[in-house]
Write a protein that binds this ligand. Structure first.
Ligand code: LR7
Ligand code: MN
Length: 569
């Protein structure tokens, strides 16, 4: 159906009639078709439950409007019946997002156009763009969410640029992803379904997809995305101009509860970074990068990518050795591809004209491997191959216990063969903002020497706890939340977060580099940690539960601290 566009008017009519006729025959003859088939084919949302049906019927009768159009949120009324409430809970349970609400929204829903005016100026993009294979891997994805991902690609991309859409089923066991999906996709000849014969994890599932893909460009999406108007052309444009450019769209948030599409304008685009736990994080566009541009909608260099949403020239991906197929289930592959793109002659960009929404979840809904720390194993492989003498900073974070990470010799040989630059080059040139632990004058645990000398400064573990009081915990020598660094500038850091005191609690706050409330003096002779602006001393309460700021006293045991590995030279 995607090819219809370029035919003559008469041809179009004939094709439409034939398609209509075939569809009718198909729907009449196939008694195996699921009850909602006719419904979805004719635009509406696929109700998956009786309750949803009556809900939907109501809304159609009254206003002829559908839920969630134009990316609007869908908020369930507070007086839902217990039966509906149960369905809502089940949806959350299975997916870690509000599946019930998603099922109420059309799989063809409209979205606002999030593009800057600059993006729509005539001649902005090349007209002769290469077509792409879109690869979407899923493991037990919700029906309406997966379909909305696929339809957002078909509905909002120029047909001639979509060579095919490859759905890779990573050994799901939800029944709707089997025959029901095959039957639905009969209507869409460009969609191919590839199935893994065992659980591969998203990295090897992506590689499986790539092996089936035949277009010159590969575009990867997570299975819970919605592509906005004009998302594809700006990505392909960059690759058409230089096939070593790897590009990511701006990732807008689709709310996990209301499915609202929350887009942001190009003025607030972020770029990717990472910390020494090898976790991906977002940063504002640095000034050095802003200076390279005349307009904020121009593509910006990014040290890393989030991982799930990007386009890459097929040949270049192969040249880079695709992904390390020794990576399991989830994680680390985004940094691998980012590092080697930069180190082996490419450029990684975020393209503000291109917007794709993604449902961000607060937990992972599917089963991982038991007994193996998959993410750590992937990260150790990454560090072993790509991070040279900087790998040690990651190892310190995992207590220098690398575990069994398998054989990486072929990946090292790949790097050698490609003649890639060093990790130091990458840090100096691509991510100079990153704090290097080796520049710290002390690092490791910060142990209080009062009350038994077994209490350590302990960070609030989760990102969301930034701005919360810093805690205390028995010292454990495992690094992790008790790993701190004292910078030359007098900050007590955890990567990008700094110990900060503004007269209330001692909290973690994003490092700002201008001393003030983040300035501390560690005096090893007296074992004190004094705050720069308030002149108070860091101390602990007698029950060892709370951090205090006290007037400094040379006789107070609770004000004595030892910072590991102190070396001011
Ligand atoms: O075993 C699995 N098999 C799979 O096929 C596990 C997952 N998957 C699929 C899954 O259905 C989904 O489509 O893989 C995709 C990613 O898994 P998610 O959505 O559970 O993870 P996520 O969104 O937190 O993942 C982000 O980090 C991952 C690290 O390995 C991948 O790079 C994801 O693609 C990435 N997602 C994004 O970049 C979207 C923006 C998130 C941010 C920031
Ligand atoms: Mn995802």
């Amino acid at each position: 159906m995607l090819g219809v566009r370029r035919r003559s008017a008469l041809g179009k009519l004939v094709v439409l009639l034939v398609i209509g006729w075939l569809t009718t025959i198909f729907l009449l003859l196939s008694d195996t078709r699921p009850p909602w088939a006719a419904f979805t084919a004719s635009l509406g949302p696929p109700p998956t439950s009786k309750a949803a049906l009556s809900f939907d019927a109501q809304i159609k009768d009254s206003s002829l409007e559908y839920f969630g159009e134009n990316g609007k949120p869908v908020i369930l009324p507070s007086n839902i019946t217990n039966e509906v409430k149960k369905l809502v809970d089940e949806g959350w349970q299975k997916n870690a997002f509000n599946q019930y609400v998603s099922d109420l929204i059309s799989v063809h829903r409209t979205l606002p156009d999030p593009r800057d005016k600059w993006c729509k100026e005539p001649g902005r993009f090349l007209t002769n763009l290469p077509p792409t294979s879109v690869i979407i891997c899923f493991h037990n994805e919700a029906w309406s969410v997966l379909l909305r991902t696929v339809h957002s690609v078909i509905d909002r991309s120029p047909a001639h640029l979509i060579h095919e859409i490859i759905l890779v089923d990573d050994y799901s066991d939800m029944p709707h992803l089997k025959r029901q999906l095959d039957e639905y996709m009969v209507m869409y000849p460009k969609v191919k379904i590839v199935r893994a014969t065992k659980r591969e994890g998203l990295i090897r599932a992506r590689l499986l997809g790539a092996r089936h893909a035949t277009a010159p460009v590969l575009t990867y999406l997570d299975s819970h995305c919605e592509c906005a108007t004009g998302w594809l052309e700006p990505l392909l444009d960059r690759i058409a101009r230089d096939n070593t450019t790897v590009v990511c769209p701006v990732i807008d948030v689709i709310d996990d509860k209301s499915l609202e599409f929350m887009w942001r304008d190009s003025g607030v685009v972020n770029v990717g970074g990472f910390d020494w736990n090898l976790q991906f994080n977002w940063h504002v566009v640095p000034d050095r990068e802003k200076k390279r541009h005349k307009h904020p909608a121009e593509p910006v260099h990014s040290p890393t990518m989030a991982g799930g949403l990007f386009s890459i020239d097929r040949e270049f991906f192969i040249k880079l050795g695709t992904y390390d197929s020794g990576f399991d289930i989830w994680g680390g592959e985004n940094l691998e591809l980012s590092f080697k793109t930069w180190m082996c002659g490419g450029v990684l960009e975020i393209v503000p004209c291109s917007h794709v929404g993604h449902i961000f979840r607060k937990r992972s809904p599917y089963r991982w491997k038991t007994g193996v720390n998959v993410l750590k194993r992937n990260s150790v492989r990454l560090a072993q191959v790509w991070m040279d003498e900087y790998a040690k900073y990651y190892y310190m974070r995992v207590g220098n216990d690398l575990g069994d990470y398998g054989d990486v010799s072929s990946r090292r040989a790949l790097r050698q063969r490609l003649g890639c630059k060093s990790f130091k080059w990458y840090l100096d040139n691509v991510f100079p903002e990153l704090f290097i632990p080796g520049d710290a004058v002390a690092s490791g645990e910060v142990r209080n020497l009062g009350y038994g000398a077994n209490t350590c400064l302990d960070s609030p573990a989760r990102k969301a706890n930034l701005h919360k009081p810093v805690g205390l915990y028995p010292c454990h020598k495992l690094g992790g939340n008790q790993y701190w660094m004292l910078s030359k500038e007098g900050e007590i850091r955890r990567d990008e977060a700094c110990l900060d005191y503004a007269g209330q609690d001692v909290i973690l706050y994003p490092c700002h580099g201008s001393r003030g409330n983040q300035l501390w003096f560690y005096i090893p002779e007296t074992n004190t940690i004094q705050h720069g602006s308030s002149k108070k001393c860091l101390a602990i309460s007698s029950n060892r539960q709370k951090l205090l700021m006290e007037d400094c006293s040379s006789s107070a045991p609770e004000q004595r601290w030892r910072f590991d590995n102190y070396d001011p030279s």
